[in-house]
Design a binder for this molecule. Sequence first.
Ligand code: NZQ
Ligand code: ZN
Length: 384
Amino acid sequence: MLNFNFYNPTEIFFGENQIAEITKAIPKNAKVIVVYGGGSIKKNGIYDQVSQALRDFTWGEFAGIEPNPTYQTCMKAVAKIKQEGFDYILAVGGGSVIDGSKFIAAAANFSGEPWDILSKGAEISSALPIGVVLTLPATGSESNSFSVVSNSETHDKLPFASIEVQPKFAVLDPQVMKTLPQRQLTNGVVDAFVHTMEQYLTYSVDAKVQDRFAEGLLMTLMEEGPKLVSESVDYKVRANVMWSATMALNGLIGAGVPQDWATHMIGHEITAVYGLDHAQTLAIILPRMMAEQKETKRDKLLQYAERVLGLDIADEDSAIATAIELTEQFFHSVNMKTRLADYDIGEDAVNKITEQLERHGMTALGEHQAVTLEKSRNIIRASI
Ligand code: NZQ
Ligand code: ZN
């Protein structure tokens, strides 16, 4: 096992009716700005629950964080915060609202040009505190220190990370999933699955606990994912998927193990150029990444085949081929498409996405830095 520091200071309030807990979780004297997205929370009662919990607080709101939050919109929130003196952010939404809020929290306290946080990795020494009411289980953003923000003018979609922006608390009430459109339920299952794979499907360092936690998450998502997108879904299914998504990217399964993230880096470029949902890009790239990297990932692929999929691995090559095929079939089973052509994207993606990767210095991706630009090009071509 590799050396690691593990610190996750986000307090989780999990379960039905837990939104009310924010009354206790936010300091009484805070001036709270509620940050949210396109307004789904106004239709499904979450806004009302939040307003009720904040009734004794001084608070205001900023609406309009878009899916794949933009720097431009976030900076409008920063201006409002500075003008009106808010000192606590309550993010109510999915990964986009939370990521946007993290950038807003950092930018509000940043003395230079905030874009540098994303483009140059400029260091953040402080940020406004953030609390979260999660409305879409997928990204894990509610209890991690990562954020991904896009620039709508330059087609950059860039990540940053800082413990300063890690949420102080996150409310996870599975009931909020009732109003999620099918497409977002599918996205959530696939994103959580791929997060787990990016930290599991690398090479073994004898990290048995991390491996078995990861295998538990993969198996849970494969078991519950298809139920979540079916007609008769109940609380238990929602609860298991919601907790899986948080656990997939809260630092626990990634501690002390090598990590990949090549699928994500290519995926972000596809979103930046073609606007596909984040998880849609992952389902397209992951099967081709597994195939391209099947020699370097050989041992872990076999472990995945045997322990997660229950395959006989006596014939190793055939077990690996089947494991890749079953992974793609799993995406189909939750109604996710797995080809660029399914979104009417053709051959032009090969050059466009490769150029974006080059521009962002993504020329040696993966746990061995073995995914060169040429390999990424092959993966994208094979994904059409
Ligand atoms: O805008 P609103 O009204 O909130 O509607 C949203 C949005 O249209 C809707 N929605 C959310 N909760 C709902 C709901 N609709 C009905 N009922 C509810 N309860 O769903 C749509 C998509 O929301 P979004 O937040 O964009 O989805 P997701 O949670 O998948 O977040 C995706 C973003 O997170 C980034 C992605 O790149 C992408 O920008 N990621 C963040 C990560 C992190 N911080 O750790 C890691 C991930 O790999 C990922 O990169
Ligand atoms: Zn993701």
